[in-house]
Ligand binder design. Structure first.
Ligand code: BDP
Length: 690
């Protein structure tokens, strides 16, 4: 048993799958399209396009080059305009105007021109060019940033696409061509900032040697208008500077940070600032010295302010305590509202626990009105099947952005509480934990590239739908042929709900295997482990029922939401069923809205997840010959793993929970194919890089 599952996890490394129809059609990848192209696969035009621009700069030069190489239409004029002529646009915005025989891209910054050019090329590649049009675009967030959880030894925490693309061992002398390719890909979707290193940061990242390496990457990314940030360790003054303390109110400590910041800006004049994980999961922070998160963040903000740098301070904090983990970030940060400097923004994960397959939104959104908040989304699939499962995350993010916080009455979506529509914040930003690595296809799974793409597109426009983005990405990455486009788009759009269904439906969360988080272990009990790191803390299954009671009768986490949402979540009859076990401990025999007993619904939902993945396999196999063989076979082999994993999840969870419910699995669904005892013995040897 164990062997076959291990083989299953490793299968992708050796994927040599044959087509299902015997003799596969071989479609060769066009040699002019490199592996680094991802969604930018337009072939080089045979003749250079005519581009006019009366200014030049490194960014303008590469904008011109991009259009010369790939644009196949009328001459394009790039016009830098004075702000007041196009006052509706934000700094990064642009206007595209097409009249017969001429295209104009107008912006008041060079990056606006760059984004406008990529928009124009996207319209061409996706077959959406009209003979005349006028389009105006401005981003919803000023800072659209990737967070790399990359370590200095090039391992990547929760990374599933090989080693880090940042070759610290070879820098500063040797410069990988991937840095520019990375800049180009990100610029094409509007991403304008990146944190190069893991939030679990060693002090060493701020050493003089490391900063020289960081400078080289910053120089490579600058023409693409990507600003570099670093994650810093709060005890750097002591650990790196040799001071006796890192107390944020200590004069020497303050001086140390000021000097360090000055050193950084001498090397990197447009350095973005710091991302900080403090007093979280054992990392140092201001509370070690009896200070608050605001004291810590403000001290760093003061050091950065003269250079226009900012602090992104994470609200991902929880301690082993009697308070429900889901409540702790709010309890800690809400009282600090209004106490942060203007160049501090609080970075909040989408949900109150930790990037689970499905969580309600964090109640901090809408609750902190005098402090800007930035959402943190996880692009890397730590809790969604690594790079083995096809899960299109835009659906999760669409649900998140459109969740109504009710902070200013009905219609106060999370999107509006973070993008500047409400509260008039000084800063707006959004972060995505990157899924990028040194693998040939960058993300491990070809369809994981879609999640990187979707993050950029939604960071630009949080009202874009998953359907629009999937359509666009498939056309860019594969083909516009409806025979491929239509079924693959529906597969992508079903994939998120499907993964939730075979992993943790109906509000279940954190049933993952210890440490590495791949596969089910609802039974895990590690002697001495923190209770809030164990699945039983979250599912609370017993003979009577299952689920975490967060109602007023339980942990009262519902009280952190605005009315009428808190009442809706609190009441078993109005709580959305997708969050049922998040907020309620319910009896196995509870009658669901469809009239079925809860236990039956749980079983049917898991089974539905499994059946859907089998459908995905059929959909995919039918596309053979419509795209190149390399990508076809790779995805095919991953879907096999996903199908087996889905059965593993279903059997593990249902057989385990059945030991409490004592009820039969409805007879009209696929029977378990595993023994619970065997499943409980599985221990995958997957590394968790810290
Ligand atoms: C958790 C990850 C852990 C990260 C942590 C974080 O398991 O590796 O360090 O989040 O976001 O989900 O800080």
């Amino acid at each position: 048993m164990r062997k076959s599952l291990l083989a299953l996890v490793c299968l992708f490394l050796f994927a040599t799958g044959k087509g299902v129809t015997g003799e596969p059609h071989i479609v060769k990848e066009d040699e002019r399209v490199s592996m680094d192209s991802l969604w930018l696969r337009t072939k080089l035009a045979t003749e250079k396009a005519t581009i006019f621009c009366d200014r030049t700069s490194p960014t303008i030069a590469l904008t011109v080059q991009e259009l010369e190489n790939y644009w196949r239409g009328a001459p394009v004029w790039l016009c830098l305009s004075k702000a007041n002529e196009i006052h509706r646009l934000k700094t990064d915005g642009y206007r595209l105007t097409a009249t017969p025989g001429q295209i104009k891209i107008t912006a008041f910054t060079e990056q606006g021109l760059l984004y406008g050019a990529f928009h124009l090329l996207r319209l061409q590649t996706t077959n959406q060019l009209e003979p005349t049009f006028q389009i105006e675009e401005s981003p919803d967030y000023d800072i659209r940033i990737l967070n790399h959880w990359d370590n200095l030894n090039r391992t990547v925490e929760r990374g599933y696409a090989g080693y880090s693309i940042w070759e610290w061992d070879k820098l500063p002398d040797s410069i990988s061509p991937r840095y520019r390719a990375y800049g180009r890909l990100n610029a094409s979707i509007g991403i304008n900032a990146t944190v190069l290193n893991n939030v679990n940061a060693p002090a060493k990242v701020l050493s003089a040697d490391m900063l020289k390496k960081v400078k080289v990457i910053a120089d490579e990314l600058r023409p693409y208008h990507i600003r570099v940030f670093l994650s810093v360790n709060f005890s750097s003054p002591a650990a790196l500077g040799g001071l006796p303390t890192s107390d944020p109110l200590n004069k020497e400590v303050i001086g140390w940070w000021k000097a360090k910041v000055k050193e950084i800006y001498q090397l990197i004049p447009d350095f973005g600032g710091f991302l900080v994980k403090a007093n979280s999961e054992g990392l140092p922070g201001p509370q070690d010295y009896g200070r608050t998160h605001a004291d810590g963040a403000n001290m760093l903000a003061d050091a950065l302010r003269p250079y226009k740098g900012i602090v992104m301070w994470r609200a991902f904090v929880y301690n082993p305590s009697n308070e429900d983990r889901a409540k702790q970030a709010y309890s800690e940060f809400k009282p600090l509202d209004g106490q942060f400097r203007e160049n501090v923004i609080i970075q909040v994960k989408n949900g109150p626990v930790d990037f689970q397959p499905r969580e309600p939104f964090s109640p901090l959104f809408g609750a902190m009105r005098q402090t800007p908040l930035m959402p943190e989304l996880q692009i890397t699939q730590e809790y969604l099947g690594f790079s083995n499962h096809l899960v299109f995350l835009a659906s999760q993010w669409e649900e998140f952005f459109n969740s109504d916080t009710y902070c200013n009455g009905a219609g106060s979506t999370v999107a509006k509480t973070t993008d500047g529509t409400f509260f008039n914040p000084q800063l707006t930003a959004i972060a995505g934990v990157a899924n990028i690595g040194a693998d040939a296809n960058w993300c491990g799974h070809y369809f994981a590239q879609a999640n990187w793409y979707a993050f950029g597109r939604m960071a630009w426009n949080n009202q874009l739908t998953a359907a629009t983005i999937a359509d666009e990405w498939i056309r860019m990455t594969f083909t516009s042929d409806p025979e491929f486009l239509d079924p693959v788009r529906s597969m992508m759009l079903d994939s998120y709900e499907t993964a939730v269904n075979y992993m943790m439906p109906l509000g279940l969360h954190h049933l993952f295997a210890w440490e590495h988080h791949y596969g089910p272990e609802p039974w895990t009990d590690i002697p001495g482990a923190r209770p809030d790191w164990l699945p039983s803390y979250y599912h609370q299954a017993n003979k009577d029922g299952i689920g975490f009671d967060r109602t007023t009768a339980g942990s009262n986490a519902v009280s952190q939401y605005f009315s009428p949402l808190r009442e809706e979540f609190n009441d078993l009859t109005t709580c959305p069923e997708k969050f049922l076990l998040w907020f309620h401990h319910i009896p196995w025999s509870y009658t669901m809205k469809n009239g079925q007993p809860f236990w039956d619904t749980l079983c049917y939902t898991y089974d539905n997840g499994v059946q859907k993945v089998r459908e995905f396999q059929k959909v995919w196999d039918r596309t053979e010959g419509l795209i190149d063989e390399t990508r076809f076979r790779h995805v095919q082999s991953r879907l096999k793993i996903q199908a087996r994993d889905a059965v593993w999840w279903k059997d593990a969870c249902l057989l385990y929970f059945q030991t409490f419910s004592g009820l039969p699995i409805p007879y009209n669904i696929e029977r378990p194919v595993h023994e619970l005892d065997d499943l409980m013995k599985i221990k995958l040897d997957l590394k968790h890089h810290n």
